[in-house]
Design a protein around this ligand. Structure first.
Ligand SMILES: [Zn+2]
Length: 87
């Protein structure tokens, strides 16, 4: 890569010119600004909120016992070792 200031030939991987020290890194054409961040984050959050409510209504429509959000202790006895069922 040739330096635009002093025309010294530099390796393509270097960041600065070895003779004059000019920054050879490319300036980004576009950089995300605050408006872009707000727009993107609002789209992400609105999608997450919509997914939350649509998943909630979907889970409420499941037939029993899949509609239960709290499982009974006898269904998962390994979660309740202090409640050992008595024969
Ligand atoms: Zn240079």
């Amino acid at each position: 890569m040739k330096c635009p200031d002093c025309a010294t030939e530099n390796r393509a991987s270097v960041r600065f010119c070895k003779k004059c020290g000019k920054d050879l890194t490319a300036v980004p054409i576009w950089f995300p600004d605050l408006k872009w961040h707000l727009k993107t984050l609002s789209i992400i959050y609105l999608a997450l909120i919509a997914l939350y409510f649509s998943l909630g209504t979907f889970l409420k429509k499941l037939p029993p016992p899949y509609d239960q959000r709290i499982l009974p202790a006898e269904t998962t006895p390994w979660l309740y070792p202090h409640k050992i069922p008595q024969p």
